[in-house]
Design a protein around this ligand. Structure first.
Ligand SMILES: [Zn+2]
Length: 218
């Protein structure tokens, strides 16, 4: 009887792992290396995983997308990955909310990029990568989304957990659909909602199939 229960528990775990991967969410608020050359730093709030930011490796250096909520936690997370804050040479900020810029002070060597320093659609070829910056207001008026090397999309809080839907304005939804509909996007890295690897499935799930070009609706 006990054996049956154990087997049932294993089966449920197995099926939920398959369901999670089918949805494209490999990890909720991930930590560590999440893709070749891409690392997630996780910060906590009251002991619970709260916010991500991401580092893209370029040679011996790193480019950050956002900067977390808590410097002390970020320092420990970087140590664990054997990354020095001094090796972060640029930070692209998605928006100015405190949970996304809390560790900026650690990155003394970094050039900081944020709205409105770049124009919508601007391509920045620097640091060995190509970064296209999009102005995607909605969550805040200064929200930016960054497309790295045409395939990795860093969206900050453009993508929200359905539980936070009250923050999801029509403008935000429109901008999110535009970003997700862009050709070539393979993975989406969010601030609070993990990362999505199967963007095709995610588009279908969100009903993003009507927009094929990206024009800012503002
Ligand atoms: Zn946030």
């Amino acid at each position: 009887m006990r054996m049956k229960r154990v087997l049932l528990a294993v089966l449920i775990l197995f099926l939920s792992a398959i369901a999670t991967s089918a949805l494209g969410y490999s990890q909720y608020i991930p930590r560590g290396r999440v893709a070749p050359g891409i690392y997630a730093i996780r910060n906590y709030n009251n002991g619970l995983p709260f916010v991500n930011f991401f580092l893209v490796q370029t040679g011996q250096s790193y480019i950050a997308f956002d900067a977390g909520s808590d410097s002390a936690q970020t320092e420990i997370a970087l140590q664990r990955l054997d990354i020095s804050p001094d090796d972060v040479i640029a930070v692209f900020v998605t928006h100015d909310d405190a949970d996304h810029i809390g560790s900026l002070e650690l990155f003394a060597n970094a050039n900081i990029y944020k709205w409105p320093m770049m124009y919508d659609g601007e391509i920045i070829e620097a640091y060995g990568v190509s970064i296209q910056a999009f102005h995607t207001p909605g969550h805040t008026s200064g929200c930016m989304t960054y497309l790295v090397d045409g395939r990795h999309l860093f969206v900050g809080d453009l993508m929200v957990n359905p539980n936070f839907a009250r923050y999801d304005s029509q403008l935000q939804i429109a901008n999110r659909e535009m970003m997700l509909a862009m050709d070539g996007v393979e993975s989406v890295f969010t601030g609070h909602f993990g990362l999505v690897r199967r963007v095709e499935f995610f588009r279908w799930w969100l009903g993003v199939h009507t927009i094929s070009t990206c024009e800012n609706p503002v």
